[in-house]
Design a protein around this ligand. Structure first.
Ligand SMILES: [Zn+2]
Ligand SMILES: [Zn+2]
Ligand SMILES: [Zn+2]
Length: 327
């Protein structure tokens, strides 16, 4: 069973998940190809549906799915235990970690990474993420959903077939709480609405813009080629976004990830979807981080939290803009 333990030095919860350590690939060298064992059939390709638990949700016609959501075989969070903190000593604080851990297969196509799927497919993936978060929000005891896509072994993907993960959590994680504090600290109107206006005025960090979305290499980028995808319509919750905005966000991701591939080749990356906790009050503005994994955080970064970015976001933007997005 999974357990949360509090790091009293930082105030962060650590999820001790022994089951996830039983994944066949848990400790493979990071440089290994995503799927070391190619003799086994891909669990996410059509025809192999029996190798995963039954789908929680599928999109597309019956027997011809386009997006598929299944329970994670090695969940980091599962069960419906409420979030109860227990003190087992002056520095031993633990909590039960109920929750949900799902896998979202982005496409029936084994090569269908986000930059290679159609705009319609990208919109469908965004709709699936919205639907799952909406469903998680109805589960008693859950407070927050984290959607992610890990692409490439160095970014943490353990199955090659393009997929994402959705975690329903019974507590608000530290990163989110810190961002909420950032919004609350910001004087004036919404922090990200202001960012949209300021970056559009500045122009030279805008990677992609349409009437519904702005993608920038943010002024404060901590890592090379990092991007921030911001919907223009203000709203704290991804699962309350209008369908047209979700379609536009999906398309913008397809475009900028294509530009990333055009510029740097097949690089590993993480997509991190940030949406306010279900019942959180304002202020918050949902958004997506694109974090290409091009460098390793070393002792200084780990020790200080100060990131040293060796590519200025202005330079990254310039390179991304000239790159042709090849679908
Ligand atoms: Zn596959
Ligand atoms: Zn806003
Ligand atoms: Zn964020």
């Amino acid at each position: 069973m999974n357990q949360l333990r509090l790091d009293p030095l930082t105030g962060r919860w650590v999820a001790v998940s022994v089951e996830r350590g039983e994944r066949p690939s848990a400790f493979l060298p990071r440089s290994a190809s995503v799927q070391a064992d190619t003799s086994r059939p891909c669990p996410f390709c059509p025809g192999n549906e029996e190798s995963t638990p039954p789908a929680l949700e599928t999109y597309g016609s019956t027997g011809n799915w386009l997006v598929r959501v299944v329970p994670n075989l090695y969940p980091a969070f599962e069960g419906d235990q409420p979030f109860v903190v227990e003190h087992r000593g002056p520095v031993f604080t633990q909590a039960t970690a109920g929750g949900i851990h799902e896998v979202l297969v982005l496409s029936p196509d084994h090569q269908g990474s986000w930059d290679r799927i159609s705009d319609e497919q990208a919109g469908l993936v965004m709709a699936a993420i919205r639907d799952r978060i909406e469903e998680h929000a109805q589960v008693p005891g859950l407070r927050y959903s984290q959607a992610i896509v890990n692409a490439g072994r160095e970014a943490g993907a353990s199955v090659e077939h393009p997929h994402g993960q959705l975690l329903g959590m019974s507590f608000v994680p530290r990163e989110l709480a810190e961002e909420q504090a950032g919004f609350a600290r910001f004087a004036g109107r919404c922090l990200l609405c202001t960012t949209v206006d300021a970056e559009e005025d500045a122009k030279h960090r805008v990677v992609y813009a349409d009437e519904r979305v702005l993608v920038i290499c943010p002024f404060w980028s901590g890592t090379p080629f990092e991007m921030l995808v911001i919907p223009r319509v203000h709203g704290p919750h991804l699962h309350r976004a209008a369908p047209a905005d979700l379609v536009a966000i999906g398309r913008s991701l397809r475009t900028v990830l294509g530009q990333l591939r055009g510029s740097l080749g097949d690089v590993p990356y993480n997509l991190v979807f940030h949406s306010a906790p279900y019942r959180a009050p304002e202020p918050y503005h949902w958004h997506i981080h694109v974090w290409p994994k091009l460098t390793t955080q070393a002792g200084f970064e780990l020790g200080t939290g100060v990131l040293i970015n060796i590519v200025a976001p202005e330079q990254a933007t310039e390179e991304l803009r000239v790159a042709v997005s090849v679908p």
